[in-house]
Design a protein around this ligand. Structure first.
Ligand SMILES: Cc1cc2nc3c(=O)[nH]c(=O)nc-3n(C[C@H](O)[C@H](O)[C@H](O)COP(=O)(O)OP(=O)(O)OC[C@H]3O[C@@H](n4cnc5c(N)ncnc54)[C@H](O)[C@@H]3O)c2cc1C
Length: 473
């Protein structure tokens, strides 16, 4: 089908208000939150440029788009809040970006079922605000609560601040409604447990829009906590803090939040943030929430564990500030888009100097990974700026810097660090997805499993129209 015919068919389907092709809109939707300065093969030649932005408002319009894309063999790229960090919403093959934020109805909140059914384009914060008056809340609370959508969070299987207690976004999905790449609508039964074969809704969790367009989901929601206890603790070393988290989990404590951070003095190339004073040791933030007596008892037990391990309590105002500011980065991200009309990270390619990783490891391998990754980075001429744990003892992250500026060695160094996590029995990413950033390592991650995933993709999407180039599918 000629481009002009696709254009006319889009207009006929969505009306002029539902389709854009002007330069400013295409530029805005060409970028998510992947920094082009991150270090992965092909980043220097990556060009993202959609031909159209389509804004469906309901499921039949989404079906119409999928059918049109199949007929015309044009890629469809689902787009939610555009805050994904891996380039999952980029358009490296051109095509139609499908902005799903027009599917914005909260269809049902059921206090009795403890569920909320929301369309894919509902921004998480808006859902949270509608749940709160009913005494309910989402269990998913990422930094990007004010930006990310229900569909985007499911499609990246995102993790948030309360992940230690409530799990990832995917773990809160009871049922899904999705439009398949060939146009049929699948609606799975929204119950917490069934035993009727493979759980079909799992097919769309973390699938980055490659297997279907999520149009709505029923989520498990939770009672608003009666009480919350926040703690901020200093440790002389990362190992001491890690030991405390391990003991808490081994004893069955269930914190809502665990964040352990350690910073190192590093040189930073100009323009890459402020040079910080690094106090040394490691800092732990904990939150316990829920029924007052239970939250208080858990916090008391945790305090005993960290006091015995040499932890020093910090000013409670520090813990409060940490909690209150947890969404500030996303607010800044939103403000930038509103003011500049483009994502802050859409910029000409810059040679990589800073990158980060979030790996999942068996808990027994975390300290070994930290030790070996510090050595590996140093041997590669790189510096580790931060390392940390988030939510669980198994979830480890690093920020890595090429302090001499762009030398070309960051990419190789990052690959070696990601491979080390896989070699220690871990997974190369625990919350941001794969997108284009990690696609080159999917074979190493999944082995023969990648062939199986590709067969599933081909069976569902024989023409490969849904989000090509992502997830290595
Ligand atoms: C400052 C900042 C902080 C962040 N903090 C966190 C954090 O705390 N935890 C975390 O996990 N992540 C975090 N992220 C990453 C990001 O917010 C999450 O990945 C989020 O879940 C993406 O949601 P979105 O709606 O913005 O999705 P998008 O970026 O629009 O899309 C993400 C992927 O999902 C696909 N997609 C979107 N909607 C649909 C749909 N309806 N159906 C099918 N596919 C779809 C897209 O094609 C893309 O592949 C952060 C990002 C930034 C910039």
């Amino acid at each position: 089908m000629q481009e002009d015919e696709v254009h006319q068919r889009l207009l006929a389907l969505l009306g002029p208000e539902g389709v854009s092709w002007d330069e400013a809109t295409l530029r805005r939707y060409a970028s998510d939150a992947l920094r082009p300065s991150r270090a992965f093969p092909g980043v220097e030649t990556l060009v993202s440029r959609p031909q159209w932005v389509a804004r469906p408002r309901n499921v039949p319009e989404v079906q119409g788009l999928v059918r049109l894309a199949n007929e015309a063999q044009v890629p469809l790229i689902p787009f939610g809040g555009g805050s994904g960090l891996m380039g999952g919403a980029l358009s490296p093959c051109g095509g139609i970006v499908v902005d799903l934020k027009g599917l914005d109805r909260v269809r049902r909140i059921s206090p009795e079922d403890r569920t909320a059914t929301a369309e894919a384009g509902v921004v998480l914060q808006r859902l949270e605000e509608q749940l709160n008056p009913a005494g309910l809340m989402l269990g998913h609370d990422p930094w990007t609560l004010p930006v990310a959508t229900v569909g985007g969070a499911i499609s990246t299987n995102s993790l948030g601040y309360r992940g230690a207690q409530y799990g990832s976004m995917g773990q809160q999905v009871l049922g899904i409604e999705a439009v398949l790449p060939t146009g049929e609508v699948v609606q799975t039964r929204a119950v917490p447990k069934s035993s009727t074969g493979v759980s079909l809704h799992q097919l769309f969790i973390g699938a980055e829009g490659c297997l279907g367009l999520v149009t709505a989901a029923t989520l498990q929601v939770f009672p608003l906590p009666e009480h919350r206890v926040l703690q901020a603790v200093d440790f002389p070393s990362f190992e001491a803090g890690f030991g405390v988290i391990q003991e808490m989990f081994s004893r069955g404590l269930v914190p809502a939040l665990v964040e352990l951070g350690e910073e190192f003095e590093t040189a930073l190339p100009p323009g890459w943030g402020r040079q910080r004073h690094v106090a040394g040791g490691a800092q732990l933030f904990l939150a316990f929430e829920g029924i007052r007596e239970i939250a208080q008892a858990q916090a008391r037990l945790a305090r005993r564990v960290w006091q015995r391990a040499g932890g020093a309590r910090r000013d409670p105002r520090i813990a409060r500030r940490f909690w209150e500011r947890r969404h500030d980065a996303a607010e800044r991200y939103l403000r930038h888009i509103q003011e500049a009309g483009v994502a802050p990270y859409l910029q000409p390619w810059q040679p990589p100097v800073v990158d980060y990783l979030h790996v999942a490891l068996p808990a027994s391998q975390v300290l070994e990974y930290r030790r070996r990754s510090l050595a590996l980075a140093a041997a590669a001429g790189l510096q580790v700026r931060e390392c940390g744990l988030w939510n669980r003892p198994e979830l480890f992250s690093l920020v890595v810097v090429d302090a001499e500026g762009p030398t070309g060695r960051l990419g190789q160094g990052m690959d070696a660090l990601l491979a080390l996590a896989q070699d220690l029995g871990g997974s190369m990413e625990y919350c941001h997805g794969v997108g284009v950033r990690l696609a080159h390592l999917m074979e190493r991650e999944h082995g023969a499993g990648l062939t199986a995933l590709r067969r599933i993709k081909h069976a569902l999407d024989p023409q490969g129209i849904l989000n090509p180039g992502k997830l290595a599918l």
